[in-house]
Design a protein around this ligand. Structure first.
Ligand code: SF4
Length: 337
């Protein structure tokens, strides 16, 4: 079998989900985010449902806070957006059941409570705030360009008590199909639920982003919305995040990206097969996730890169032009060698 190597482009921007891929299996990260290999597989119903719910929450909050619509009209717009979106393809997470959960959630946690989104310099509220900051690490393929870290914050909110601000919080809404229970009961185990997020990279990354904006949130409020057959009520978790945690998170992030860059340059300069630089994890937890086998399995099972070239395409999504390109087209367009 041929040992011809495939074209690559190191990520220009990292995100939380990319780092999850890095921590799970570096080879998977390399296949997905450097070789840009894709099979165009359909998304899971969990992802589709989570996306619909997040979009609806954004619509509700922007309608209420930015456009000054009434609570009922704002919630109705969010409800309709779920009903009119792509079918989730799942009975428990059907569009109608999701839309009902949305109404129940905003009834339990009303919009006109003591929590309101921070107002940004442009007059809009910090709802669905897309951040994108340079890390000061030079890109290995594009000289003079810094690698960035980007993400999307559900919201930055201020909590008030008797008209006075008592804290600023990162707010995140998460749909889930199961929750921790107090042993032998149906009661949600809040302590265990909170434990789960105390060192969660996504939340710490949001606090890092807030600090880049000159804000210092007190903690994170996570609204969890169970999507179960019994329409269980949503609940709120409060997770404190301190400076130390943010500092070690950002040091770890930068160190890991530097390490990946070194491995990438070694791979390109030595022209060896990728597993000499990016080690395949070959574990049950990395190779099968949420019941789905990793789509790059055959690249680990057979020597050479031909099997990947035959079964996958090299494509890249350009968020600026909102267009999908082949990797070759994209590099030509941007003048990347
Ligand atoms: S099959 Fe397993 S080891 Fe190979 S790339 Fe996928 S996750 Fe990594």
């Amino acid at each position: 079998m041929s040992t011809k190597l495939l074209d690559t482009l190191f990520p220009v921007a990292f995100s939380h989900s990319m780092m999850q891929s890095v921590w799970g299996c570096e080879m998977k990260f390399f296949r997905q985010h450097c070789q840009r290999l894709t099979t165009g597989h359909a998304r899971s119903s969990d992802l589709i449902a989570g996306g619909h719910f997040a979009k609806a929450c954004e619509i509700v909050r922007k309608s209420f806070y930015n456009d000054n619509l009434s609570i009922d009209n704002s919630i109705e717009l969010g409800y309709n957006s779920i009903i009119e979106s792509e079918d989730t393809g799942d009975y428990i997470k059907s569009n109608r059941r999701l839309a009902i959960c949305l109404k129940k959630h905003f009834k339990l946690f009303p919009l006109d409570n003591n929590l309101a989104p921070v107002k940004l310099a442009n007059g809009e509220h910090a709802i669905e705030y897309a951040f994108d900051f340079e890390l000061g690490i030079e890109h290995p393929d594009i000289p003079g360009t810094s690698i960035r870290y980007k993400g999307l914050l559900d919201g930055l909110y201020e909590k008030t008590h008797l008209g006075k601000r008592v804290g600023t919080y990162v707010v995140d809404e998460k749909t889930c199909s199961s929750v921790f229970r107090v042993s032998g009961t149906k009661i949600v185990d809040i302590a265990k639920e909170e434990d789960k997020y105390k060192t969660e990279g996504q939340m710490i990354g949001y606090h890092w982003a807030a600090r880049q904006l000159g804000l210092k949130p007190t903690g994170t409020l996570i609204y969890k919305i169970p999507l179960t057959k019994d329409f269980e009520p949503s609940f709120c978790l409060e997770i404190p995040i301190n400076d130390y945690l943010v500092d070690i998170w950002s040091a770890t992030l930068c160190n890991k990206i530097e390490e990946l860059k070194d491995k990438y340059l070694f791979y390109k300069n030595i022209e060896h097969q990728p597993h000499y630089s990016f080690y395949p994890a070959l574990t049950d937890s990395a190779c099968v996730s949420y019941g789905r086998r990793c789509s790059f399995t055959d690249g680990c099972r057979y020597k050479g890169e031909d099997v990947m070239a035959m079964t996958h395409e090299q494509r890249i999504w350009d968020s600026t032009s909102k267009r999908d390109y082949t990797l070759k087209e994209y590099k030509q367009l941007k003048g990347i060698k």
